[in-house]
Design a protein around this ligand. Structure first.
Ligand code: ZN
Length: 330
C-alpha cells in the first residue's frame, strides 16, 4: 500500500459539467499523457500510470506481487458539486473494481468518495463495498476543513459499519501558494498535512468513538511520528487549547492505526517501528511517482531488520489493515 492509478481515458469533465477545473487526460504519441486541469497543463504522466501489465512487471523486479491501488489525489474534486463529484468518483471506482476483478492476485482497490457531502459519500461507500473495493482513500483536509469537523463523522461511521478501511493521503497542501519554490509543498507541506490529519482525528476523539475504524496514514504518518514529543507536550502544557474534545494523551493512539514505510531512511523507519510495532507498518511505495519508494522495499530488504519484522512490513500489516487473508493471493 499504496500506489496510484488512473484509467487510460476519461471524459473531459470540465466540458461535460460546464464548470470548474476537473482533470482529464490527453494521450500523446510517445506513450505519455498530459493531465489537464480545466484547460491548463497540470502534469505529464507515463504509461505506468494506467498500463496494468507494465505495473505488474515493474513490481516483479522487486519481488512484489500485489499493489493496493487508488486514484491520484488531484482527482478527489471535493470542491465540485456533490452530484458531479459522485459521478466522477463512480467512474474512477468502477475502473479500479474492474481491474481488481481481472487481476485478483495482483491488485487490491481503494475507492474515492465525495467527502464534501456525507449523504453522497455514504451512498458511494455502500456501492464500493458491493463492487469489491476494500476501503477508501481520502484527503488530509476537505476543502481546507479538518477531518475533525462533525460533517465528516457520518462518513467515518459508515466506513466502520461497512468494514471499509481508510487511507489518509496528503493533498491541497497548506501554504502551497507561499512556498511553491523548491518543491516545498511536497517536501514540507505534505508531511505537515498528514500530521494535521492525524492530530485532528486524535484530538476530536474519533478513534474512541469509532474503535473499529481501520485507518492508515500514508508517508509514514508524515511529520506526526517525528513530532509526537512536541504534540504530547502541547497536550500536557496547554490542555485548554488541545484537550478540549478528548482528554486522552495523543501518544496513546500510536499503534492503534497503521502507517506506511515510505521514509527513504532506515533510521527513520526503525524509529517508527519502535513506536508503532511492526504489525502497524505497511510496505508503501507511492508508485509510480518520483517521491515514492520506487525500488519497492529494497532499503528494508537490505536492512538488518529481522525476517519476522520484514514479513510484517511486506505483507502482514497491510493484510490486517485491509482485513484480507494471505491465502487469497497465493
Ligand atoms: Zn501517494
Amino acid at each position: 500500500m499504496h500506489t496510484h492509478i488512473l484509467p487510460k481515458t476519461m471524459p473531459n469533465w470540465t466540458e461535460k459539467f460546464g464548470y470548474g477545473k476537473f482533470i482529464h487526460l490527453i494521450q500523446n504519441e510517445d506513450r505519455t499523457a498530459d493531465m489537464m486541469q480545466g484547460g491548463k497543463f497540470f502534469r505529464r504522466i507515463e504509461e505506468n500510470c494506467w498500463d496494468e501489465n507494465l505495473r505488474i512487471k515493474d513490481y516483479e523486479k522487486f519481488d512484489t506481487q500485489v499493489q493496493v491501488v487508488c486514484t491520484i489525489p488531484v482527482m478527489f474534486s471535493y470542491w465540485a458539486k456533490p452530484a458531479d463529484c459522485l459521478q466522477l468518483s463512480e467512474f474512477l471506482n468502477d475502473h479500479i473494481a474492474d481491474l481488481v476483478h481481472r487481476y485478483p492476485k495482483n491488485y487490491i482497490g481503494l475507492g474515492t468518495v465525495p467527502m464534501q457531502d456525507a449523504d453522497a459519500a455514504i451512498k458511494e461507500l455502500e456501492r464500493i463495498k458491493k463492487i469489491g473495493l476494500v476501503g477508501i482513500q481520502i484527503g488530509s483536509n476537505i476543502n481546507d476543513l479538518n477531518l475533525s469537523e462533525e460533517q465528516f463523522f457520518p462518513i467515518f461511521e459508515a466506513c466502520e459499519r461497512l468494514d471499509l478501511a481508510v487511507m489518509i493521503h496528503p493533498w491541497n497542501m497548506m501554504g502551497f501558494n507561499s512556498m511553491e519554490k523548491y518543491w516545498l509543498p511536497w517536501l514540507v507541506g505534505m508531511p505537515a498535512e498528514t500530521s494535521r490529519a492525524a492530530c485532528s482525528m486524535i484530538f476530536s476523539g474519533l478513534f474512541d468513538k469509532l474503535p473499529n475504524l481501520r485507518v492508515c496514514f500514508s508517508h509514514a504518518g508524515g511529520s506526526f511520528m517525528a513530532t509526537i514529543g512536541r504534540i504530547e507536550h502541547g497536550f500536557n502544557c496547554r490542555p485548554d487549547l488541545v484537550a478540549i474534545d478528548n482528554p486522552n494523551n495523543p501518544r496513546n493512539y500510536i499503534g492503534k492505526f497503521w502507517v506506511d514505510s515510505i521514509t527513504h531512511d532506515i533510521k527513520a523507519l526503525e524509529y517508527i517501528l519502535d513506536l508503532q510495532g511492526s504489525k502497524k507498518v505497511c510496505l508503501g511505495s507511492d508508485y509510480p511517482f518520483p517521491l515514492g519508494d520506487l525500488e519497492v522495499g529494497k532499503f528494508i530488504e537490505d536492512s538488518t531488520l529481522s525476517a519476522s519484522i520484514k514479513e510484517d512490513i511486506f505483507c502482514n500489516s497491510t493484510l490486517e489493515w485491509l482485513k484480507l487473508e494471505k491465502s487469497t493471493f497465493l
